[in-house]
Design a protein around this ligand. Structure first.
Ligand SMILES: [Zn+2]
Length: 162
């Protein structure tokens, strides 16, 4: 296929197919996650109740599978004296961003926030959430951030220091 003729949607669809945690869902009927309650319908995940819940398949959603496998899509490494001395303020921003993001996009969730010797390590189930947390920290506190996506854009490593 000529790459020039791929629409943006096709590209996104292709990127989705390359994500092993999402690929299995394509072309399936309505389903819901038995772990978190997210529902899958017409190609997208949401928190809406399914109209015909009895007919839906009970599965484990990509975000819950990533958590179970400890396979994050986003990794944030936060470091520096400010991070160490403003631990709680930073965690509050991270939780706030997750709440906003997760309500619209069920597969974008925090996995773990863990202290490291020079700051905090944060993992997420979605690339988008990791990006948003990085930008939120930059705009709230300044500092320096960098974003490194892998070639298929399935994983992002965010570094923020202040
Ligand atoms: Zn789930």
């Amino acid at each position: 296929m000529d790459k020039m003729h791929l629409s943006q949607k096709d590209k996104l669809f292709k990127a989705d197919l390359q994500d092993p945690y999402r690929a299995a869902m394509h072309n399936k009927g309505p389903a819901y996650c038995g772990d978190c309650g997210a529902s899958y319908q017409a190609g997208r995940w949401s928190w809406q109740k399914l109209a015909e819940a009895d007919a839906a398949a009970r599965i484990s959603c990509p975000a819950c599978r990533r958590k179970a496998d400890n396979a994050p899509a986003g990794t944030l490494t936060l470091s520096g004296p400010f991070v160490l001395s403003h631990h709680q303020d930073i965690v509050n921003v991270i939780n706030h961003v997750e709440q906003a993001e997760k309500s619209q996009h069920p597969l974008e969730r925090l996995m773990r926030i863990s202290p490291s010797s020079d700051g905090l390590q944060v993992t997420t189930t979605g690339v988008h959430l990791a990006n948003r947390i990085g930008h939120a920290l930059e705009s709230a506190f300044g500092g320096k951030a960098s974003y490194h996506h892998d070639d298929q854009r399935r994983h992002v490593a965010v570094r923020w220091s202040r």
